[in-house]
Design a protein around this ligand. Structure first.
Ligand SMILES: [Zn+2]
Length: 264
């Protein structure tokens, strides 16, 4: 039997209303690490879709999903409504549609995400490129069980930890090599200068890599205790995107900002 959209879509996606501001939309995308927001009306009917690219068109240059908007840009961003920036009448499919048809449409129209609606036009799910990749992996023989985003992140962090410890080992070897060569005489002045620069560069990287490694260790420890991703301030779930960028995070963005306001 052919796979259907319903088997692979993400049900009950986060949504936004057409009357919400671009600033609210940006905040939601940032907090949840998502690039598309379906826009729904009062009865849950799909009225449009807002992508991060739509937002970028309205928000100050350089807007991305890595940081909140600076305070100076917030008033301008709150002037725009989601309903002004979204794409109206986006491409949709029903939950019973064949997955192959969905993939074909997304590829042909170059869309990253397809809203799934029932017969009455109400949003029931979202099919993303990532969902399609899960389906493809499954078809290619990967286990059917879909891992949670957090479990997938832990695997990712574990692999990064391993790769980074090996890399640091190589940095140390390189450092010893350069230091060893520096100690040798004779070396002319210019050559020495270059070598010193090289060493400093390596040390700068080593410090950054060392910090990342410590953060990864911390995250893996918390994962082992089942505490990774829970904010220590408010108990809310820290988005996977934030944990990927800052694996050592123990608080959500809201709690960190609240702490900064109190000067702590
Ligand atoms: Zn919090």
């Amino acid at each position: 039997m052919a796979a259907t959209v319903e088997q692979w879509m993400s049900p009950d996606p986060l949504t936004i209303t057409p009357g919400a501001s671009a600033l609210e939309a940006h905040g939601m995308m940032l907090r949840h690490g998502i690039r598309h927001l379906p826009v729904v009306g009062e009865r849950g009917q799909l009225v449009g879709i807002l992508s991060v690219d739509d937002l970028r068109a309205a928000l100050p240059a350089g807007t991305d999903l890595r940081a909140p908007l600076p305070a100076s840009e917030r008033p301008a961003a709150s002037d725009f409504l989601v309903g002004e920036l979204m794409s109206f009448a986006p491409e949709t499919l029903g939950p019973g549609a064949e997955l192959a048809r969905a993939a074909e449409r997304m590829a042909a129209r170059r869309i990253g995400c397809l809203p799934i609606v029932d017969a009455r036009g109400r949003l029931v799910g979202l099919l993303s490129e990532t969902d399609l990749l899960h389906a493809l992996a499954n078809g290619l023989g990967a286990p059917a069980a879909r891992v949670s985003p957090l479990a997938a992140l832990v695997e990712e962090l574990r692999a990064e930890h391993l790769a980074l410890s090996q890399k640091l080992g190589r940095y140390h070897a390189e450092e010893r090599r350069i230091t060893g060569e520096l100690g040798e005489v004779p070396t002319d002045q210019a050559e020495r200068g270059t070598r010193r620069e090289e060493l400093l560069r390596t040390e700068g990287l080593e410090e950054l890599a060392g910090r990342r490694l410590a953060a990864l260790e911390h995250a893996l420890e918390r994962a082992a205790q089942g505490r990774l991703g829970a904010c220590e301030g408010c108990g809310a779930t820290i988005p996977v995107a934030r944990l990927r960028a800052l694996p050592g995070s123990t608080r959500c963005i809201d709690c960190v900002r609240a702490g900064e306001r109190q000067g702590g």
